[in-house]
Design a protein around this ligand. Structure first.
Ligand code: ADP
Ligand code: MG
Length: 281
């Protein structure tokens, strides 16, 4: 990838490469959500050598909201997640986590540490460890806790792992090697690993891609359980799945890097501009 002069791509293990003087400092502790908003994107443009993957995008998400993002291929959905997680730096516009955290001031690692978790499409679990150990490692990746697999778990930590096993429907598989799980189960395990870090905002990019119908159904139940406890942004192509997790909540339609429509699933599906964008493909 060849970052243009106007767009900085900052790698996670390359902190400081952005030339931003504050990168070495720890992330500010505590996101301020007193106004009920977990993330604010305001006028975000990402210009890749003259091509605007995001074009003056403005969008915000409420605390505890599950926001579905839909839109045709190339609409800018993944780029938006890249901006929120600090992987791609906007050419212009501002991105805030709560009222107080300007994401432009933080490295990717600091953004993750501040409470934004992201699940990519392809699951990345530790195949040679058990399901339980994967959750244990994820919990311990939190720097406040001792970082070895063999340090003893407190009762509280064991309870936290068991609660997550239940939530992600892998209680019966706790002792199995993660490499032996089905594709869908690996996806759930990875969501569980993110949850062990207690993120305030969870970003999921096409979580049901490649899943069976039964796995998709169970994933919709899981996300419905997370709603309210976490703030979630879910990008997905499967419209039946979107309808099931959105309920009466807001769905945002992206097109050519901007918001084309926003409303309930019923409202956006009835929107003539949305219909045209999908039919016009
Ligand atoms: P979506 O996830 O909605 O399918 P993306 O955010 O992946 O869309 O991409 C939006 C547009 O930006 C696409 O046209 C894509 O080709 C382009 N794009 C994404 N990343 C880059 C990059 N690093 N360099 C140049 N163009 C890019
Ligand atoms: Mg994408």
């Amino acid at each position: 990838m060849n970052p243009s002069q106007s767009t900085q791509i900052v790698d996670a293990c390359d902190e400081g490469a952005g030339g931003n003087a504050s990168y070495g400092r720890p992330a500010p502790s505590g996101v301020d959500t007193t106004h009920g908003v977990i993330v604010y994107l305001d006028g975000i443009t990402v210009d890749f050598d003259g091509f605007k993957a995001l074009n003056n995008l403005t969008l915000d998400i409420g605390v505890g909201e599950l926001r579905c993002i839909i839109g045709p291929n190339g609409a800018g959905k993944t780029t938006m997640m890249d901006v929120i997680t600090g992987k791609t730096r906007p050419t212009s516009g501002t991105a805030f986590f709560g009222q107080n955290i300007d994401l432009a001031m933080l490295s990717e690692a600091q953004i993750a540490h501040a409470g934004i978790g992201r699940k990519f499409q392809r699951p990345t679990v530790f195949e040679n460890h058990t399901v339980f150990e994967n959750l244990e490692l994820a919990m311990k990746a939190d720097k406040r806790i001792a970082p070895t697999l063999f340090s003893r778990l407190s009762g509280e930590q064991i309870d936290a792992i068991e609660a997550t096993l239940e939530l992600i429907r892998l209680k019966e598989s706790a002792g199995r090697l993660a490499g032996l799980l089905s594709h869908g189960q690996k996806q759930w395990l990875e969501i569980g690993m993110l949850l062990m870090q207690e993120p305030q905002l969870l970003l999921l990019d096409e979580p049901v891609a490649g899943m069976t119908d039964a796995e998709t159904e169970r994933t919709s139940e899981l996300l419905n359980e997370l709603k309210g406890r976490h703030s979630l942004m879910v990008v997905e192509h499967d419209m039946d799945f979107v309808a099931r997790i959105a309920g009466q909540g807001k769905v945002t339609v992206l097109h050519e890097g901007s918001v084309l429509a926003e409303g309930t699933m019923e409202q956006v599906q009835a929107d003539q501009r949305v219909v045209e964008v999908y039919l016009g493909r």
